[in-house]
Design a protein around this ligand. Structure first.
Ligand code: UD1
Length: 458
């Protein structure tokens, strides 16, 4: 998906002076991929819902605009909470238009909530995007099985149902469970008549968090965090206040930035359990990884048992990663949770470009998600990608160059590579980066990176 710029201003870019080790402490923001389906689920409630910890991002802004076109008020409270308030008098507004949906695929998350609460939804087909073919067949098949009439008309999914009826549906396709598909069907099932069983459901922490929010609204859901969800439909849900979980992809990106610059960074406010596979892989390439309990009101952190498993999935902790050498080479396969996420696959590739030896990366979720390969090559990386597998021959140095972010996580990978490269790197295509990271450049600058945002190429 290539979003059009929100204005005609000259494109901003990042100027990075590479070769400096990152040092310090930085806090992680709320999870984009939890906040988006939760904002859409706000449609389901009677009255306002407040979400705490929603990051300030391009994607959040776009979904906010989609919701506004649906007669749902969206606004920030002075304390930072995001208020989502559906207006029943505007329940006839069920059309999520092409211009916004094509900019952000996750806009498709309004389909289930609209259908369940308003009996009808007209949502533009999101189409493909830069990271590959991304169908929505699983979303549609499940909602149809629940009694919705679904037509594709003039590029829109037009779905209607007086009331959805619970049944057994599967959310797993050839590449594993669909995350936003599970979000759509789980949200819709909360107001269906009878029991819905979702098999092959996504178990990502963002889905568990959405489920917790729906339960707080009055939904009856069993099995969160397992591939089988049982939802007993209720007649109404109410608005609530809910805190969004920390962003595990942002946390992983910042920790990989520490590793690639051979620095020493502590990321606070994250849930180590959610990034266990990333932390284990960081250790495998030679990083020192420590988990700390955050002291309330204290100035620092104190060491706790140095393990990631079996933690309370809601307890936030600090993770410190330090690295003093080139990474060792390794073979990585990006998989659905709890595997290494596809959303950090590109950042791993940046790190392994500098490894001592040959590494491989496969992406089981989006096998064609390798656009960053060509841009990393501009910085001197030696990577060959064929048939969904990248072979990375580690080099001992990268050299700064002008590169372009082709999608969100490719942008993050290029920033990381630029931080490690000798000399200056400029990264354009920031509209992608800003879609999913809350001021990544400021956070990196606070860790002593030499990075600045330049507002125009003039
Ligand atoms: C979500 C995340 C995205 C992440 C991805 C995989 C959000 C807003 N986005 O995207 O950051 O990269 O999960 O973790 O949460 N598929 C089908 N049929 C469908 C739907 C999906 O075959 O109806 C396939 C896709 O092509 C892909 C795989 O299933 O190969 C997983 O896609 P999916 O989990 O749906 O990705 P998103 O939910 O769009």
């Amino acid at each position: 998906m290539t979003p059009t710029p929100l204005s005609n201003e000259p494109a901003a870019f990042l100027r990075i002076g590479g070769g400096r080790a990152l040092r310090g402490q930085v806090a992680v923001a709320g999870a984009k991929n939890a906040a988006l389906p939760m904002m859409a689920a706000g449609i389901l409630g009677r009255g306002a819902t407040w979400l705490e910890g929603v990051p300030e991002l391009g994607d959040v802004e776009i979904l906010g605009r989609v919701l506004q076109t649906l007669g749902v008020a969206v606004g920030r409270e002075p304390d930072g909470r995001l208020r989502i308030e559906p207006d029943d008098r505007r329940a006839g507004q069920v059309r999520a238009g092409y211009e916004l949906v094509r900019r952000m695929r996750a806009s498709f998350c309004v389909l289930g909530p609209l259908l369940a609460r308003r009996g009808r939804a007209e949502v533009a087909l999101p189409g493909g995007c830069a990271i590959g073919d991304r169908p929505v067949d699983l979303h549609l098949a499940a909602l149809a099985a629940m009694g919705a009439t679904i037509e594709i008309e003039h590029g829109y999914v037009v779905a209607s149902a007086r009331r959805l009826v619970g049944t057994r549906v599967s959310m797993t396709g050839p590449r594993g469970p669909s995350v936003t598909g599970t979000a759509n069907v789980l949200s819709a099932a909360t107001l269906a008549r009878g029991e819905t069983t979702i098999t092959g459901a996504a178990v990502e922490p963002e889905i568990v968090d959405l489920g917790r929010m729906l339960v707080a609204m009055g939904a009856k859901i069993d099995g969160l965090g397992t591939p089988t969800l049982r939802i007993e439909g209720v007649d109404t849900l109410s608005g609530i206040t809910h805190r969004v979980i920390p962003d595990r992809i942002e946390a992983a990106t910042l920790l990989l930035a520490a590793a690639i610059t051979q620095g020493d960074v502590t990321v606070t406010g994250c849930v180590p359990e959610h990034i266990a596979a990333v932390l284990e892989t960081l250790r495998a390439v030679g990083c020192k990884v420590e988990v700390y309990n955050e002291e309330t009101g204290g100035t620092g952190v104190s060491p706790v048992e140095n393990t990631f498993h079996g933690q309370d999935a809601r307890a936030t902790q600090a993770v410190r990663v330090s690295m003093s050498d080139r990474p060792r080479s390794i073979d990585i396969v990006a998989k659905p949770y709890p595997g290494v996420p596809t959303d950090v696959q590109a950042q791993w590739m940046a790190l392994l470009a500098l490894a001592d030896g040959t590494s491989t990366i496969q992406d089981r979720v989006f096998p064609g998600r390798f656009m960053h390969v060509a841009e990393l090559a501009r910085l001197g990386a030696r990577i060959e990608a064929t048939d969904g597998r990248a072979v990375i021959s580690g080099v001992d140095r990268l050299s700064g160059a002008d590169v372009r972010a082709t999608d969100l996580r490719a942008g993050a990978a290029l920033v990381l590579a630029g931080l490690a490269a000798e000399g200056q790197t400029t990264v354009t295509g920031l509209e992608h980066l800003d879609r999913g990271y809350e001021r990544l450049d400021s956070k990196l600058a606070s860790l002593e990176a030499q990075i600045e945002r330049v507002d125009s190429i003039a």
